[in-house]
Design a protein around this ligand. Sequence first.
Ligand code: SER
Length: 864
Amino acid sequence: MIKTTSFIRQNFLEFFKEKKHKIYPGSSLVLENDPTLLFVNAGMNQFKNIFLGYQFTKNKRISTIQHCIRTGGKHNDLKNVGYTNRHHTFFEMLGNFSFGSYFKEKSIIYAWELLTSKKWFGIDQDRLSVTIYENDIESFHIWKNIIGLSDNKIIKMKDKKNLLYTSKNFWKMGKYGPCGPCTEIFYNYKEKNKKFLEIWNIVFMQYNALPNKIYKKLKTPSVDTGMGLERIASILQGVKSNYKIDIFKNIIKNIKKLNIIKKNNNQSLRVISDHIRSSSFIIANNILPSNENRGYILRKIIRRAILHGRNIGINKCFFYKLVPILIKFMGSENKILIKNKNKIEKILKIEELKFSETLKKGLKILKNEIINIKNNILDGEIVFYLYDTLGFPIDLTKEFCKEKNIIIDKISLKEKIKKQKENSVNKIKTKINGISLPKIKKNIFVGYKNFKKNSLIKLLYVKKKIVSIIKNKEKGQIIIEKTPFYPESGGQIGDSGVIKSKTGKFIVCNTKKYGKFIIHNGYMDYGYIIKNDLITAKINLKKRKLIEKNHTATHLLNSALKKILGKNVIQKGSLINDKKIRFDFTYFKSLTFKKIYKIEKFVNKVIQKNIKIKYNLKKFKEAKNKKFTFLKNKIYKKIVRTISIKSFSKELCKGTHVKKTGKIFLFKIVNEKSISFGIRRIEALTYKKAFSKIKKQEKDIQKIKKIINSNDCYYIKKIKNILIENKKLFKKNKNINKKYIYLISKKISKKVIKINNNYFLLYQFKNEKKNNLKYIIDELQKKFQSIIIILINFSKKINFLIKISKNLTKIIQAKKLLLFMFKKIKGKGGGNIYISEGILYKSNSIKKEIILFKEFIISKLKKL
Ligand code: SER
């Protein structure tokens, strides 16, 4: 009997259940509390703190099936995926863990029993060999004397010369963290020539790796084991590649069935079938494609799969179509995919559509280049052009070239990248928005501390031209030597205020940065201003103070979002003015009332603590290491300004802020919505505006109470009761109406006339409800099989309804009858063969016309 992956998962857990292990679910792929990890890469990750002794567990024996991603950090297999039989970006790790319960002997005995016992996996013992850490005498002894392996089947793996714990058999989770010697079990699937496949790694967690090569002994030595499901399945199913086990075989078979493939390339099929697994699971774990961190890795995987799709001739959007196939074949591990199916499909589709155009252009250029290539070396300049101009990722060009055995000229590529960096630094823009910038020293911002400053006019513009004077009432721009005006940046709007000289007053409406210059936009209120004038520049301080409250609150909001919604939340834009805060961020669903409450609570708590804001200048690298938040897409200078509000918020920022958080007084979110896929927007108020908003809500409640005549705190209950009562009345009304319809139909059915074998009714109402006409017709139709009904209702308008029984429509249709009627009586309307409706225009002769029309139909019916 073939052992399916579902069976193997189950069998593994059953074995360890029998050995008194508690079965735990695998963790999410993203561990929020471990910033050292991009994605979970081993079963032991979720237990890191237990291994280190920071966390207690009452279960000392645990077993799990853990989803793992190995595409970044210490364990990165992305480049190999597709080109080998064994590598995956996503795989399942079967693991058993002991936290001070058993150690080396039992863990080895368990592994051996599960692998070789006929009751369990039943692998031939002769096919297995092991490796151990060279100085691990205890493991050697167990393998040799307890298990009974011969010496030549126990291979000792040494450290690199003079470098402690560098052996392959010394396992580390990352640079730092729990680690220890390990023993690995290998399967030899070629009897004669020997070809070994590692199947199980048993790690003896004994140390905590700290910086400076310090290895601290752990108090409780523990065991962490991991066996890749796909590998063991390949052995138990007797196939030589992971990609031939049931899951992959089925996925690949079904990709082919989609009938979109023109070229059968195994590498590409492997890449696609692997990547649909990793990308779907990553999205299911709430990561969206983006240009940073986990989102970037996700994007890279999706794009790589799409590239390989194009490679085998798929020219339309296909990747998302594989999601249902994946769900079908992932067995019991598919629950999270089912739950997130729509989201995964939608994201994959959007991502592929977005990327398709770039890919099309890039591939065309690449293919043309390759026709003329010399020595199979692709010029770095082309790679750079594709990247710089088209946004075609360098990684993908590399991938494309790898496929075709072409090498990229790395030297010319590096040179191009270096040159471009230099250019962008040296490039000084001389004209921005039509304004020519002078070759003078840049002006200086002094507005962190000064709100009023005596300074000197350096340059004046009117209608974007440099001038020597701005005259009365003229609009213009001013550059002064030192300015207290903050120029719009980092979401904070620019200051407004006045620039006064002895001869005039210039109103500054806003301040912006043009290249290196701070420029004040505005108009002459009175008098004039001349170049080199001495002036006093004074900002609108009241407005600035309001902006500052909003800016500091924005930092706190940013921290709150990360704290409450998770570290993946990334700022996508902000607007901070004197009226409100607008903050855009990545998140995939709307925030619940509870979440919003928690965010507000966090921000207001920090406000109440009245914490002093601290500013510092730091090296960018240092700030980054110290975990200050910054925008990933922005280029920062070497020295940056950091703003900290104790540990509550740490950000790089040039903006202006309150001195102490208490100044913000109050923070209130007033709106939360989606602005595009995966991006949400919060709008919030601070200080008096926040208070007014709350007061306004209170006032609204008062109004509601007054309307429903309830002064007490039971008004919600009263509203509920009103709604219940309303529902009841509605139901009652409906029943009464039903009765009414029945009675009125009965009454007017007496007016139905029989002509030959058919029936006919034209009935005129006065002020009947429009909807009732339909119900009445339905009721009448129940009684007469073969009938033409025309109901006309004289109310504000004259509306009518025509209905014809199905069998009669062969002879006359409702829509035709309506058109016919309009020839006799003016009106408008439409319909189909069974029913038509509309209005008739009022006229003095309408009653007469209706009678004539009625007679006409009767005469027609008589002729049938
Ligand atoms: N943590 C070890 C590994 O990943 C054993 O699970 O290989």
